[in-house]
Write a protein that binds this ligand. Structure first.
Ligand SMILES: O=C(O)c1cc(=O)[nH]c(=O)n1[C@@H]1O[C@H](COP(=O)(O)O)[C@@H](O)[C@H]1O
Length: 276
């Protein structure tokens, strides 16, 4: 099954548009797992097992593993998800972006070393920095478009004076991803839940591509406004929440608390969709 089929199947099966982000910070682990970073796998595997029937995707953030010299634990976690939650696609959040020859190595890392179903990429270096990922049939790539952070507007909201219709940079990117860049239907866009008006604009310009939407939960994005702006019958959304789910509990009950938080977020998303 390719990424889009997996995403569609998981969304239907679990009746969920929620992606649980795996951003493991050992300083916030429950006491029994705190320590030298050696228990990252155990923490994340417990979260995966507690939420696999509630999500449409998981999104491990590679920096949290690399910073702890824990890439081996990310490999084990990817394997764990493959075996224990094979129906849930995995988006490796690495936000890579480099010249073609280096992008080939990053693509190998994401799809061959880690076995991800999709990645996040920065499109700043242009199409030839994205194309190596598209050589992997069936794999997905989400390009940063209008990100959830306030500084995202510094560049993304700049007007392109010499492009037809003078779009903003993020609008131009949305058009490219809906059109000429999306040669095999593998691309999606990242838009922040913190900017629903921009989500709506991106959705108007890119009506069918999947949108990865982080920013609900810890960053305060509004669930209802996010779904209203981004969800369409023909255009899936993957709404990510990381810290608000991972650290919902804190102590021995962390996995159960994460499950309850995931369940509540999923229900809020579905309720918002029912009103749309
Ligand atoms: O690409 C991303 O996933 C991403 C894009 C964006 O615009 N904003 C954003 O927060 N993210 C990621 O989404 C996650 C958000 O985490 P929480 O704020 O804890 O829910 C982090 O892993 C971020 O790196």
């Amino acid at each position: 099954m390719d990424f889009l089929e997996l995403l569609g199947a998981a969304t239907r099966r679990n009746d969920s548009m929620l992606c649980v982000g795996l951003d493991p910070d050992p300083a916030r682990f429950p006491a029994q797992l705190r320590g030298d970073g050696g228990r990252i796998y155990d923490f994340c595997a417990a979260i995966v097992d507690a939420t696999a029937d509630l999500v449409c995707a998981f999104k491990p953030q590679i920096a949290y593993f690399a910073a702890q010299r824990a890439e081996d634990q990310l490999e084990r976690l990817m394997q764990h998800m493959r075996v224990n939650a094979p129906q849930v696609p995995i988006i490796l959040d690495a936000k890579r972006g480099d010249i073609g020859s280096t992008a080939e190595q990053y693509a190998r890392e994401a799809f061959e070393r880690y076995g991800a179903d999709a990645v996040t990429l920065s499109p700043f270096m242009g199409f030839d920095s994205v194309e190596p990922y598209l050589r992997y049939p069936g794999k997905g790539a989400f390009l940063l478009c209008r990100t959830s952070n306030p500084g995202g507007a510094d560049l993304q909201a700049q007007r392109l004076a010499d492009a037809p219709g003078q779009p903003l940079l993020y609008e131009h990117l949305a058009q490219l991803v809906q059109g000429p860049w999306n040669t095999n239907g593998q691309l999606g866009l990242v838009v922040g839940a913190t900017y629903p008006a921009e989500i709506e604009r991106v959705r108007a310009l890119a009506p069918t591509v999947p949108l990865l939407i982080p920013g609900v939960g810890a960053q305060g994005g509004d669930v209802r406004a996010t779904v209203r702006a981004g969800w369409r019958e023909s255009g899936p959304i993957v709404v990510n929440s990381s810290r608000a789910i991972l650290y919902a509990g804190g102590e021995a009950d962390f996995a159960a608390a994460a499950r309850a938080a995931a369940q509540s977020t999923r229900e809020q998303l579905n309720a918002a969709r029912a009103l749309t």
